[in-house]
Ligand binder design. Structure first.
Ligand code: SAJ
Length: 423
Protein backbone atom coordinates (compact mmCIF):
# COMPACT_ATOMS: atom_id res chain seq x y z
CA UNK A 1 0.00 0.00 0.00
CA UNK A 2 1.28 3.47 -0.87
CA UNK A 3 1.73 5.65 2.24
CA UNK A 4 1.18 9.39 2.16
CA UNK A 5 4.85 10.16 2.80
CA UNK A 6 5.46 8.81 -0.65
CA UNK A 7 7.38 11.48 -2.60
CA UNK A 8 6.59 11.70 -6.29
CA UNK A 9 8.83 13.45 -8.82
CA UNK A 10 7.11 14.29 -12.15
CA UNK A 11 9.20 15.23 -15.17
CA UNK A 12 7.51 17.32 -17.86
CA UNK A 13 4.96 19.90 -16.70
CA UNK A 14 2.81 20.13 -19.81
CA UNK A 15 -0.92 19.56 -20.15
CA UNK A 16 -0.47 16.01 -18.80
CA UNK A 17 2.37 16.35 -16.27
CA UNK A 18 1.18 19.46 -14.46
CA UNK A 19 -2.43 18.33 -13.87
CA UNK A 20 -1.06 14.93 -12.78
CA UNK A 21 1.31 16.63 -10.28
CA UNK A 22 -1.51 18.84 -8.98
CA UNK A 23 -3.84 15.86 -8.62
CA UNK A 24 -1.36 13.69 -6.68
CA UNK A 25 -0.54 16.64 -4.41
CA UNK A 26 -4.25 17.26 -3.76
CA UNK A 27 -4.50 13.64 -2.67
CA UNK A 28 -1.86 14.09 0.03
CA UNK A 29 1.42 13.26 -1.70
CA UNK A 30 4.56 15.37 -1.63
CA UNK A 31 5.24 16.16 -5.28
CA UNK A 32 8.18 17.76 -7.02
CA UNK A 33 7.31 19.00 -10.48
CA UNK A 34 10.30 19.15 -12.83
CA UNK A 35 10.62 20.94 -16.15
CA UNK A 36 13.75 21.92 -18.06
CA UNK A 37 12.01 25.13 -19.18
CA UNK A 38 13.13 27.72 -16.61
CA UNK A 39 10.31 30.07 -17.62
CA UNK A 40 7.70 27.40 -16.88
CA UNK A 41 9.21 26.87 -13.42
CA UNK A 42 9.30 30.62 -12.73
CA UNK A 43 5.64 30.98 -13.79
CA UNK A 44 4.61 28.07 -11.56
CA UNK A 45 6.56 29.38 -8.58
CA UNK A 46 4.88 32.75 -9.17
CA UNK A 47 1.51 30.99 -9.01
CA UNK A 48 0.65 31.66 -12.68
CA UNK A 49 0.38 28.26 -14.37
CA UNK A 50 0.51 28.00 -18.17
CA UNK A 51 -2.40 25.55 -18.21
CA UNK A 52 -5.98 26.83 -18.42
CA UNK A 53 -8.50 24.07 -17.75
CA UNK A 54 -11.90 24.04 -16.01
CA UNK A 55 -11.48 23.40 -12.24
CA UNK A 56 -7.69 23.31 -12.53
CA UNK A 57 -6.69 26.62 -10.94
CA UNK A 58 -8.30 26.03 -7.55
CA UNK A 59 -6.70 22.57 -7.33
CA UNK A 60 -3.41 24.19 -8.31
CA UNK A 61 -3.75 26.90 -5.65
CA UNK A 62 -4.50 24.28 -2.97
CA UNK A 63 -1.03 22.75 -3.27
CA UNK A 64 1.30 24.98 -5.29
CA UNK A 65 4.29 26.03 -3.20
CA UNK A 66 3.10 23.73 -0.42
CA UNK A 67 3.02 19.96 -1.07
CA UNK A 68 3.82 20.70 -4.73
CA UNK A 69 7.14 22.40 -5.43
CA UNK A 70 9.10 22.93 -8.64
CA UNK A 71 12.63 22.24 -9.85
CA UNK A 72 14.44 22.28 -13.18
CA UNK A 73 16.06 18.91 -12.44
CA UNK A 74 14.90 15.69 -10.72
CA UNK A 75 15.34 15.19 -6.97
CA UNK A 76 15.49 12.00 -4.88
CA UNK A 77 11.98 10.56 -4.62
CA UNK A 78 10.09 7.28 -4.21
CA UNK A 79 8.28 7.43 -7.57
CA UNK A 80 9.32 9.10 -10.82
CA UNK A 81 6.74 9.85 -13.51
CA UNK A 82 7.94 10.83 -17.00
CA UNK A 83 5.43 12.96 -18.93
CA UNK A 84 7.64 14.57 -21.55
CA UNK A 85 6.76 15.07 -25.24
CA UNK A 86 7.37 12.35 -27.84
CA UNK A 87 7.33 14.19 -31.17
CA UNK A 88 8.06 12.54 -34.50
CA UNK A 89 11.03 12.91 -36.82
CA UNK A 90 10.48 13.99 -40.43
CA UNK A 91 10.30 10.30 -41.39
CA UNK A 92 7.46 9.86 -38.86
CA UNK A 93 9.62 7.74 -36.51
CA UNK A 94 9.25 8.50 -32.81
CA UNK A 95 11.69 11.00 -31.34
CA UNK A 96 12.46 9.51 -27.90
CA UNK A 97 15.14 12.09 -27.10
CA UNK A 98 13.16 13.61 -24.24
CA UNK A 99 12.11 10.26 -22.75
CA UNK A 100 15.71 9.01 -22.75
CA UNK A 101 17.00 12.33 -21.38
CA UNK A 102 14.42 12.26 -18.58
CA UNK A 103 15.31 8.66 -17.71
CA UNK A 104 19.01 9.51 -17.64
CA UNK A 105 18.34 12.57 -15.45
CA UNK A 106 16.56 10.33 -12.92
CA UNK A 107 19.24 7.60 -12.78
CA UNK A 108 21.62 9.39 -10.35
CA UNK A 109 18.81 9.66 -7.79
CA UNK A 110 17.52 6.11 -8.04
CA UNK A 111 17.37 3.88 -4.98
CA UNK A 112 16.40 0.21 -4.81
CA UNK A 113 12.65 -0.18 -4.66
CA UNK A 114 11.85 3.06 -6.50
CA UNK A 115 8.99 3.06 -9.00
CA UNK A 116 9.35 4.64 -12.45
CA UNK A 117 6.33 5.29 -14.67
CA UNK A 118 6.36 6.54 -18.26
CA UNK A 119 3.13 8.41 -19.12
CA UNK A 120 4.45 9.78 -22.41
CA UNK A 121 2.95 8.13 -25.50
CA UNK A 122 5.62 5.77 -26.82
CA UNK A 123 6.03 3.10 -29.52
CA UNK A 124 5.57 -0.56 -28.56
CA UNK A 125 8.65 -2.13 -26.90
CA UNK A 126 9.89 1.24 -25.51
CA UNK A 127 9.32 0.60 -21.80
CA UNK A 128 10.85 -2.89 -21.90
CA UNK A 129 13.37 -1.67 -24.45
CA UNK A 130 15.15 1.67 -24.47
CA UNK A 131 13.92 2.77 -21.02
CA UNK A 132 14.87 -0.51 -19.32
CA UNK A 133 18.17 -0.41 -21.22
CA UNK A 134 19.08 3.01 -19.81
CA UNK A 135 18.40 1.67 -16.32
CA UNK A 136 20.42 -1.46 -17.01
CA UNK A 137 23.40 0.59 -18.25
CA UNK A 138 23.35 2.25 -14.82
CA UNK A 139 23.24 -1.10 -13.04
CA UNK A 140 19.53 -1.21 -12.30
CA UNK A 141 17.39 -4.19 -13.32
CA UNK A 142 13.90 -3.03 -14.26
CA UNK A 143 11.23 -5.06 -12.48
CA UNK A 144 13.62 -6.08 -9.69
CA UNK A 145 15.71 -3.19 -8.33
CA UNK A 146 13.43 -0.60 -9.91
CA UNK A 147 9.75 -1.15 -10.64
CA UNK A 148 8.92 0.12 -14.14
CA UNK A 149 5.54 0.64 -15.82
CA UNK A 150 3.85 2.54 -18.65
CA UNK A 151 0.64 4.38 -17.87
CA UNK A 152 -0.59 6.38 -20.89
CA UNK A 153 -2.87 9.37 -20.53
CA UNK A 154 -5.93 10.01 -22.70
CA UNK A 155 -7.49 13.14 -21.27
CA UNK A 156 -8.96 15.57 -23.79
CA UNK A 157 -7.97 19.24 -23.66
CA UNK A 158 -10.85 21.16 -22.09
CA UNK A 159 -11.92 18.25 -19.84
CA UNK A 160 -8.58 17.30 -18.29
CA UNK A 161 -9.49 17.59 -14.61
CA UNK A 162 -12.68 15.56 -14.99
CA UNK A 163 -11.14 12.89 -17.20
CA UNK A 164 -7.89 12.48 -15.23
CA UNK A 165 -10.07 11.26 -12.34
CA UNK A 166 -12.87 9.47 -14.16
CA UNK A 167 -11.24 7.88 -17.21
CA UNK A 168 -10.15 4.26 -16.91
CA UNK A 169 -6.36 4.00 -16.72
CA UNK A 170 -4.21 1.28 -18.24
CA UNK A 171 -1.08 0.34 -16.30
CA UNK A 172 1.46 -1.92 -17.98
CA UNK A 173 4.45 -3.05 -15.93
CA UNK A 174 7.62 -4.83 -17.01
CA UNK A 175 6.47 -7.44 -14.50
CA UNK A 176 3.40 -8.07 -12.37
CA UNK A 177 4.78 -6.36 -9.28
CA UNK A 178 5.50 -3.21 -11.31
CA UNK A 179 1.96 -3.23 -12.70
CA UNK A 180 0.41 -3.74 -9.28
CA UNK A 181 2.42 -1.10 -7.40
CA UNK A 182 1.94 1.47 -10.16
CA UNK A 183 -1.79 0.68 -10.39
CA UNK A 184 -2.18 1.11 -6.62
CA UNK A 185 -0.57 4.55 -6.89
CA UNK A 186 -3.15 5.68 -9.47
CA UNK A 187 -5.97 4.10 -7.48
CA UNK A 188 -5.35 6.76 -4.81
CA UNK A 189 -7.23 9.29 -6.97
CA UNK A 190 -8.50 7.60 -10.14
CA UNK A 191 -12.18 6.73 -9.87
CA UNK A 192 -12.23 4.94 -13.22
CA UNK A 193 -11.07 1.36 -13.54
CA UNK A 194 -7.29 0.93 -13.26
CA UNK A 195 -6.51 -1.96 -15.58
CA UNK A 196 -3.26 -3.90 -15.13
CA UNK A 197 -1.47 -5.46 -18.11
CA UNK A 198 1.99 -5.83 -19.65
CA UNK A 199 4.04 -2.81 -20.72
CA UNK A 200 3.72 -3.53 -24.45
CA UNK A 201 -0.04 -4.06 -24.19
CA UNK A 202 -0.33 -0.70 -22.41
CA UNK A 203 1.78 1.00 -25.09
CA UNK A 204 -0.26 -0.57 -27.88
CA UNK A 205 -3.68 0.06 -26.31
CA UNK A 206 -2.96 3.79 -26.14
CA UNK A 207 -1.78 3.86 -29.74
CA UNK A 208 -4.79 1.82 -30.87
CA UNK A 209 -7.20 4.27 -29.23
CA UNK A 210 -5.87 7.11 -31.37
CA UNK A 211 -5.28 4.95 -34.44
CA UNK A 212 -8.88 3.70 -34.30
CA UNK A 213 -9.95 7.35 -34.36
CA UNK A 214 -7.61 8.21 -37.26
CA UNK A 215 -8.87 5.26 -39.36
CA UNK A 216 -12.48 6.19 -38.61
CA UNK A 217 -11.91 9.81 -39.62
CA UNK A 218 -10.17 8.58 -42.79
CA UNK A 219 -13.28 6.56 -43.66
CA UNK A 220 -15.38 9.74 -43.33
CA UNK A 221 -12.88 11.68 -45.45
CA UNK A 222 -12.90 8.93 -48.09
CA UNK A 223 -16.69 9.19 -48.23
CA UNK A 224 -16.24 12.88 -49.11
CA UNK A 225 -13.91 11.85 -51.94
CA UNK A 226 -16.56 9.38 -53.18
CA UNK A 227 -18.97 12.32 -53.45
CA UNK A 228 -16.76 13.70 -56.23
CA UNK A 229 -18.05 10.89 -58.47
CA UNK A 230 -21.39 9.98 -56.84
CA UNK A 231 -24.18 12.47 -56.22
CA UNK A 232 -24.33 11.78 -52.47
CA UNK A 233 -24.34 14.08 -49.43
CA UNK A 234 -21.58 12.65 -47.20
CA UNK A 235 -22.59 14.48 -44.01
CA UNK A 236 -26.20 13.30 -44.46
CA UNK A 237 -25.04 9.73 -45.23
CA UNK A 238 -22.97 9.71 -42.01
CA UNK A 239 -25.85 11.17 -40.02
CA UNK A 240 -28.20 8.49 -41.33
CA UNK A 241 -25.72 5.59 -40.94
CA UNK A 242 -25.01 6.62 -37.35
CA UNK A 243 -28.62 5.93 -36.49
CA UNK A 244 -27.62 2.26 -36.63
CA UNK A 245 -27.12 1.12 -32.99
CA UNK A 246 -23.60 -0.11 -33.68
CA UNK A 247 -22.31 2.45 -36.18
CA UNK A 248 -20.35 5.58 -35.27
CA UNK A 249 -18.69 7.10 -38.32
CA UNK A 250 -16.81 10.24 -37.29
CA UNK A 251 -16.77 13.58 -39.11
CA UNK A 252 -14.81 14.46 -42.26
CA UNK A 253 -12.70 17.58 -42.11
CA UNK A 254 -9.85 19.58 -43.64
CA UNK A 255 -7.32 17.06 -42.28
CA UNK A 256 -6.29 15.63 -38.92
CA UNK A 257 -4.12 17.79 -36.69
CA UNK A 258 -2.66 17.83 -33.22
CA UNK A 259 0.25 15.84 -31.81
CA UNK A 260 -1.81 12.77 -30.94
CA UNK A 261 -4.19 11.37 -33.59
CA UNK A 262 -1.94 12.60 -36.40
CA UNK A 263 1.18 11.12 -34.80
CA UNK A 264 0.41 7.99 -32.78
CA UNK A 265 -0.47 5.70 -35.74
CA UNK A 266 3.09 6.17 -37.02
CA UNK A 267 4.42 4.67 -33.76
CA UNK A 268 2.72 1.39 -34.70
CA UNK A 269 3.76 1.59 -38.37
CA UNK A 270 7.38 2.06 -37.25
CA UNK A 271 7.33 -1.35 -35.55
CA UNK A 272 5.22 -3.27 -38.10
CA UNK A 273 5.58 -1.56 -41.47
CA UNK A 274 4.63 -4.57 -43.61
CA UNK A 275 1.62 -5.41 -41.41
CA UNK A 276 -0.02 -1.95 -41.39
CA UNK A 277 -1.36 -1.09 -44.88
CA UNK A 278 -4.70 0.02 -43.40
CA UNK A 279 -3.14 2.33 -40.79
CA UNK A 280 -0.75 3.78 -43.38
CA UNK A 281 -3.49 4.33 -45.94
CA UNK A 282 -5.70 6.03 -43.36
CA UNK A 283 -2.83 8.42 -42.58
CA UNK A 284 -2.38 9.10 -46.32
CA UNK A 285 -6.09 9.84 -46.76
CA UNK A 286 -6.18 12.24 -43.81
CA UNK A 287 -2.93 13.87 -44.93
CA UNK A 288 -4.44 14.37 -48.42
CA UNK A 289 -7.38 16.46 -47.18
CA UNK A 290 -5.59 19.84 -47.07
CA UNK A 291 -4.84 19.50 -50.81
CA UNK A 292 -8.47 18.57 -51.47
CA UNK A 293 -9.57 21.74 -49.68
CA UNK A 294 -7.02 23.92 -51.52
CA UNK A 295 -8.08 22.56 -54.93
CA UNK A 296 -11.76 23.14 -54.15
CA UNK A 297 -11.04 26.71 -52.98
CA UNK A 298 -9.25 27.31 -56.29
CA UNK A 299 -12.17 25.81 -58.22
CA UNK A 300 -14.73 27.87 -56.30
CA UNK A 301 -12.87 31.13 -57.02
CA UNK A 302 -11.67 30.27 -60.55
CA UNK A 303 -13.77 33.01 -62.12
CA UNK A 304 -12.33 35.72 -59.84
CA UNK A 305 -9.26 37.52 -61.22
CA UNK A 306 -7.42 38.00 -57.92
CA UNK A 307 -9.46 36.29 -55.20
CA UNK A 308 -9.04 37.06 -51.53
CA UNK A 309 -9.64 34.09 -49.23
CA UNK A 310 -10.60 34.68 -45.59
CA UNK A 311 -9.48 31.76 -43.39
CA UNK A 312 -11.29 31.45 -40.07
CA UNK A 313 -9.59 29.11 -37.56
CA UNK A 314 -6.06 27.74 -37.72
CA UNK A 315 -6.11 25.74 -34.46
CA UNK A 316 -5.91 21.98 -34.98
CA UNK A 317 -9.49 21.69 -33.72
CA UNK A 318 -12.32 23.79 -32.35
CA UNK A 319 -12.19 25.74 -29.08
CA UNK A 320 -8.45 25.29 -28.51
CA UNK A 321 -5.57 27.67 -29.27
CA UNK A 322 -3.14 24.87 -30.17
CA UNK A 323 -2.08 25.06 -33.84
CA UNK A 324 0.59 22.31 -33.75
CA UNK A 325 0.29 19.96 -36.73
CA UNK A 326 -2.82 21.84 -37.82
CA UNK A 327 -4.05 21.09 -41.38
CA UNK A 328 -4.93 24.78 -41.65
CA UNK A 329 -1.22 25.62 -41.92
CA UNK A 330 -0.91 23.30 -44.94
CA UNK A 331 -4.01 24.82 -46.54
CA UNK A 332 -2.73 28.37 -46.07
CA UNK A 333 0.69 27.39 -47.46
CA UNK A 334 -0.99 25.75 -50.47
CA UNK A 335 -3.00 28.89 -51.22
CA UNK A 336 0.07 31.11 -50.81
CA UNK A 337 2.09 28.87 -53.14
CA UNK A 338 -0.71 29.28 -55.71
CA UNK A 339 -0.32 33.05 -55.38
CA UNK A 340 -3.74 33.47 -53.77
CA UNK A 341 -4.27 36.27 -51.22
CA UNK A 342 -5.10 34.89 -47.76
CA UNK A 343 -6.30 36.79 -44.67
CA UNK A 344 -6.27 34.69 -41.51
CA UNK A 345 -8.34 35.06 -38.35
CA UNK A 346 -8.18 32.91 -35.22
CA UNK A 347 -8.92 34.66 -31.91
CA UNK A 348 -7.85 31.64 -29.84
CA UNK A 349 -4.31 31.55 -31.19
CA UNK A 350 -2.05 33.96 -29.29
CA UNK A 351 1.25 33.09 -30.95
CA UNK A 352 2.76 35.11 -33.80
CA UNK A 353 2.76 32.93 -36.92
CA UNK A 354 5.83 32.66 -39.15
CA UNK A 355 4.29 32.82 -42.64
CA UNK A 356 1.27 35.04 -42.10
CA UNK A 357 -0.20 37.47 -39.61
CA UNK A 358 -3.41 36.91 -37.70
CA UNK A 359 -5.95 39.68 -38.31
CA UNK A 360 -9.38 40.62 -37.01
CA UNK A 361 -12.52 38.94 -38.35
CA UNK A 362 -13.46 42.22 -40.01
CA UNK A 363 -10.09 42.68 -41.72
CA UNK A 364 -10.12 39.07 -42.92
CA UNK A 365 -13.70 39.09 -44.24
CA UNK A 366 -13.67 42.53 -45.90
CA UNK A 367 -13.71 42.29 -49.70
CA UNK A 368 -13.06 38.53 -49.55
CA UNK A 369 -14.45 36.18 -52.19
CA UNK A 370 -14.68 33.09 -50.02
CA UNK A 371 -14.63 32.65 -46.23
CA UNK A 372 -13.20 29.23 -45.28
CA UNK A 373 -13.92 27.84 -41.80
CA UNK A 374 -11.13 25.41 -40.79
CA UNK A 375 -11.74 25.21 -37.02
CA UNK A 376 -15.15 24.99 -35.35
CA UNK A 377 -14.58 27.54 -32.57
CA UNK A 378 -17.94 28.08 -30.85
CA UNK A 379 -17.43 31.85 -30.87
CA UNK A 380 -17.51 31.82 -34.67
CA UNK A 381 -21.28 31.36 -34.45
CA UNK A 382 -21.44 34.98 -33.29
CA UNK A 383 -18.54 36.23 -35.40
CA UNK A 384 -20.08 35.06 -38.68
CA UNK A 385 -22.88 37.62 -38.52
CA UNK A 386 -24.82 38.87 -41.55
CA UNK A 387 -23.15 42.24 -40.96
CA UNK A 388 -19.71 40.69 -41.32
CA UNK A 389 -20.70 38.58 -44.33
CA UNK A 390 -22.10 41.71 -46.01
CA UNK A 391 -18.57 43.18 -46.10
CA UNK A 392 -17.37 40.32 -48.31
CA UNK A 393 -17.07 40.90 -52.05
CA UNK A 394 -19.03 37.66 -52.46
CA UNK A 395 -20.83 36.29 -49.37
CA UNK A 396 -19.77 32.67 -49.75
CA UNK A 397 -18.67 30.36 -46.93
CA UNK A 398 -16.80 27.08 -47.33
CA UNK A 399 -17.42 25.26 -44.05
CA UNK A 400 -15.00 22.28 -43.71
CA UNK A 401 -16.23 21.40 -40.19
CA UNK A 402 -19.99 20.96 -40.72
CA UNK A 403 -20.36 23.75 -38.21
CA UNK A 404 -21.86 26.90 -39.76
CA UNK A 405 -25.62 27.47 -39.51
CA UNK A 406 -26.89 30.48 -41.49
CA UNK A 407 -30.26 32.10 -40.78
CA UNK A 408 -32.91 31.21 -43.37
CA UNK A 409 -33.01 34.80 -44.55
CA UNK A 410 -29.23 34.99 -45.04
CA UNK A 411 -28.17 35.96 -48.54
CA UNK A 412 -24.81 34.22 -48.11
CA UNK A 413 -24.07 30.95 -49.92
CA UNK A 414 -23.02 28.11 -47.59
CA UNK A 415 -20.89 25.29 -49.03
CA UNK A 416 -20.01 22.31 -46.84
CA UNK A 417 -18.90 18.71 -47.35
CA UNK A 418 -22.42 17.68 -48.28
CA UNK A 419 -21.83 19.09 -51.75
CA UNK A 420 -18.15 20.09 -51.81
CA UNK A 421 -17.58 19.12 -55.45
CA UNK A 422 -20.90 20.34 -56.81
CA UNK A 423 -21.13 23.91 -55.49
N1 SAJ B 1 -11.14 15.25 -36.16
C1 SAJ B 1 -11.82 15.05 -37.35
N2 SAJ B 1 -13.02 14.41 -37.32
C2 SAJ B 1 -13.56 13.96 -36.14
C3 SAJ B 1 -12.83 14.16 -34.94
C4 SAJ B 1 -11.63 14.81 -34.97
O1 SAJ B 1 -11.38 15.46 -38.43
O2 SAJ B 1 -14.67 13.41 -36.16
C5 SAJ B 1 -9.84 15.93 -36.19
C6 SAJ B 1 -9.82 17.19 -35.33
O3 SAJ B 1 -10.28 18.30 -36.05
C7 SAJ B 1 -8.34 17.30 -35.01
C8 SAJ B 1 -7.89 15.85 -34.93
O4 SAJ B 1 -8.88 15.08 -35.61
O5 SAJ B 1 -7.66 17.95 -36.05
C9 SAJ B 1 -7.71 15.31 -33.52
O6 SAJ B 1 -8.75 15.80 -32.71
P1 SAJ B 1 -9.41 14.84 -31.58
O7 SAJ B 1 -10.45 15.61 -30.89
O8 SAJ B 1 -9.81 13.58 -32.21
O9 SAJ B 1 -8.26 14.42 -30.61
P2 SAJ B 1 -7.12 15.08 -29.73
O10 SAJ B 1 -5.87 14.91 -30.51
O11 SAJ B 1 -7.41 16.44 -29.20
O12 SAJ B 1 -7.18 14.08 -28.47
C10 SAJ B 1 -7.03 12.69 -28.72
C11 SAJ B 1 -8.06 11.95 -27.86
N3 SAJ B 1 -8.05 10.55 -28.20
C12 SAJ B 1 -9.21 9.95 -28.52
O13 SAJ B 1 -10.27 10.58 -28.58
C13 SAJ B 1 -9.15 8.49 -28.80
C14 SAJ B 1 -7.71 12.15 -26.39
O14 SAJ B 1 -8.55 11.33 -25.59
C15 SAJ B 1 -6.26 11.75 -26.14
O15 SAJ B 1 -5.88 11.94 -24.78
C16 SAJ B 1 -5.35 12.59 -27.02
O16 SAJ B 1 -5.69 12.31 -28.39
C17 SAJ B 1 -3.92 12.20 -26.75
O17 SAJ B 1 -3.23 13.02 -26.09
O18 SAJ B 1 -3.54 11.10 -27.13
Amino acid sequence: MIDRNHHICILGLGYIGLPTAVMFANYGFRVTGVDVNQRVIEQLRAGTPHIEEPNFFELFQNVSGKSLTYETAPVAADTYIIAVPTPVHADHSADLTYVVAATRAIVPHLQKGNLMIVESTIPPQTTDGIVADVLREAGWQAGEDILLAHCPERVIPGKIIYEIVHNARIVGGVNEQSSRVAADLYRTFVEGQVLETTAINAEMSKLMENTYRDVNIALANELVKISSVLDINPLEVIRLANHHPRVNILQPGPGVGGHCIAVDPYFIVEKAFQQTPLIQTAREINESMPDVVVSQIQRLTATVAQPKIAVFGIAYKGNVGDWRESPALKIIAGLQQAGIEVAVHDPLVVDRMKDFELVSAEAAAQNSDLLVVLADHQLFHDTLSETLLATMRQARILDTKNFVKLSPESSAELINFNHLFRA
